[in-house]
Design a protein around this ligand. Structure first.
Ligand SMILES: [Zn+2]
Length: 88
């Protein structure tokens, strides 16, 4: 890992918005900012990839759609995972 990272990487804040982001529920401005952050932050890129996979899996499940509350839980779980792995 290179440590030339921005001192205030607000990954946790981004993670708060990821459920909306993945749900296409954010404004274009925020969308671009998240995209830009993900492009340069491997941790968030990893989190998004993980969440996307999980959400995809849920969408292919018998239930028609992922409830916002479930989505939130998925994000929560991913965040715990990131903590466990010591990346956040
Ligand atoms: Zn980040």
């Amino acid at each position: 890992m290179d440590d030339a990272r921005h001192p205030e990487c607000d990954c946790l804040e981004w993670l708060e918005t990821l459920s909306e982001y993945l749900d296409g529920d954010v404004g274009e401005d925020l969308l671009h900012r998240i995209d830009a952050h993900i492009a340069e932050c491997p941790r968030c890129a990893w989190a998004v990839a993980t969440l996307r996979e999980t959400i995809e899996a849920c969408r292919h499940a018998p239930r028609p759609s992922l409830e916002p509350s479930e989505l939130r839980r998925v994000v929560e779980r991913a965040r715990e995972e990131l903590h466990r792995q010591g990346v956040l």
